[in-house]
Design a protein. Structure first.
Length: 167
């Protein structure tokens, strides 16, 4: 995992697959850290799969929209994120795709809730999803944690933890 802010952040799963997040995208997600009273935030991970390797690159994310419902301990993403994804996909001639989701938690070291696990599993097994892997990021106060979901057996593995001291 690289920790220099001017280069992409790279995570590796247990099978050697890489997830790269561009610097601007990383900064966008981090800008939504909750702090003391802010509500949860979240969105979609948008990017591409490198055909030769199967590695994923997150080029951009959707961010909270006025139609979303944001609570201190819950984020309800509206269907407007899907509309953004559809538009980006069309404008990119099908090269920019849904790679997963991100959201914040008001805790130092985020742990997925039962709702998170259930939602991630639904996304992973959704017939509209054509990829064997999806990625899920939770941004906490002191750490960011990344999980990879595997469609074949509907399982998840924690890819990495990125501490605030690395920023």
């Amino acid at each position: 995992m690289k920790t220099v802010q001017s280069v992409a952040i790279i995570f590796k799963d247990e099978h050697g697959q890489l997830l790269e997040i561009t610097p601007d995208t990383w900064k966008t997600m981090l800008s939504y850290r909750q702090g003391n009273t802010a509500p949860e935030a979240g969105g979609l991970l948008l990017g591409r799969i490198i055909l030769e390797t199967g590695d994923a690159v997150v080029d951009e994310v959707t961010t909270p929209l006025p139609q979303d419902r944001r609570k201190r301990f819950r984020f309800y993403r509206s269907n407007h994120h899907q509309k953004i994804l559809d538009k980006v996909w069309r404008l990119s001639s099908g090269t920019c795709n849904y790679l997963g989701e991100w959201h914040t938690h008001p805790e130092d070291y985020p742990t997925p809730s039962k709702v998170d696990w259930d939602n991630w599993r639904l996304k992973l097994l959704d017939p509209k999803n054509h990829y064997e892997m999806l990625f899920f990021i939770i941004i906490g106060e002191k750490a960011i944690r990344v999980w990879c979901g595997y469609r074949a057996n509907a399982s998840f593995s924690k890819m990495a933890e990125y501490g605030k001291e690395n920023e």
